[in-house]
Design a protein around this ligand. Structure first.
Ligand code: RB5
Length: 153
């Protein structure tokens, strides 16, 4: 699979670990930065890179990391066509794929260790979308985004 990944400074180390982890499993990884954890960066800038890569079809899935995962989740879910899920357990990641058809996995680098992060990534990538009643709900997400944008002006 083709995976786009990025973090902010708070999760740089976990991002570096996951790049190698994913490559070892045979995935093509687009590491969209940052190149160092030595300086502060703004998570919306890196969320945008990964979400763009997923929505333009370059990547099959995205992985985003920040300290808690919260900032990256908020940023990613503002993009049309992105369903980003912040997951702390493999079961959450599997259900995010099966029920929510998530296309971006978000992790909190200051809250989970690398071994657990690997298990969460594995669960995410190995779980299929279930479709059916879930697709109907997922489709409503995009319709609601458009409707609310019109209302908000
Ligand atoms: C950076 O200090 C931290 O605020 C950021 O990584 C993230 O946790 C925001 O949601």
């Amino acid at each position: 699979m083709k995976i786009a990944i990025a973090s902010d400074h708070a999760a740089f180390e976990l991002k570096s670990y996951l790049v190698k982890y994913l490559e070892k499993r045979g995935h093509t990884v687009f590491d969209l930065g940052p190149e160092s954890g030595a300086y502060s960066v703004d998570y919306p800038d890196f969320s945008e890179k990964v979400c763009g890569s997923v929505t333009n079809g370059e990547a099959d899935f995205g992985v985003l990391l920040c300290g808690t995962g919260i900032g990256m989740s908020i940023a990613a879910n503002k993009h049309r066509g992105i369903r980003a899920a912040l997951c702390f357990f493999p079961e959450m990641a599997a259900l995010a794929r099966r029920h929510n058809h998530a296309n971006v996995l978000v992790l909190g680098g200051r809250l989970i260790g690398s071994e657990l992060a690997g298990w969460i990534v594995d669960a995410f990538l190995s779980s299929p979308e279930e479709g059916g009643r879930h697709k109907k709900r997922v489709d409503k997400l995009e319709i609601r985004v458009d409707e609310n944008r019109v209302k908000d002006g």
